[in-house]
Design a protein around this ligand. Structure first.
Ligand code: ZN
Length: 132
């Protein structure tokens, strides 16, 4: 069903500081940043090979990334898998009894269509399905 790892979402407290590490130490260049109002998040995109690191900084202390950091600290927040048809993929996983966070796809960063699966159904990993 999934075709590749689309990106790895990493929650950071300070995007500029994190970018310094990724760019200056690891040598992965940020190609773009985007504020996704709906998710109260500022995202930086760092393509590497045929996948991408996405750094996520909350723009609001009530946002999901702020809450994640409060509870678990900075770190990997989600893994995004690429699918060809997200509506179909959601139907399939739902039919297999997997709990969904998003019943319907919503708009993610970079114009992607995304939907999250509940970590309680996925062995503790917040999984994003992503069509682009
Ligand atoms: Zn993502």
């Amino acid at each position: 069903m999934v075709t590749k790892i689309d990106h790895i979402g990493i929650a950071v407290a300070n995007l500029d500081e994190a970018l310094k590490f990724y760019e200056e130490v690891l040598g992965i260049k940020c190609v773009d940043t985007e504020v996704v109002e709906e998710q109260k998040v500022k995202t930086a995109f760092l393509p590497i090979g045929d996948t991408e690191v996405e750094l996520l900084e909350s723009t609001d202390k009530e946002g999901p990334i702020a809450k994640f950091i409060e509870k678990r600290g900075e770190g990997i927040q989600h893994i995004a898998y690429r699918v060809e048809n997200i509506e179909k993929a959601l139907e399939e996983v739902k039919a297999k009894g997997i709990r969904l966070i998003d019943e319907k796809p919503r708009k993610g960063a970079g114009g992607a269509k995304i939907a999250f699966l509940h970590p309680k159904s996925t062995f503790g990993v917040l999984i994003e399905l992503c069509e682009r």
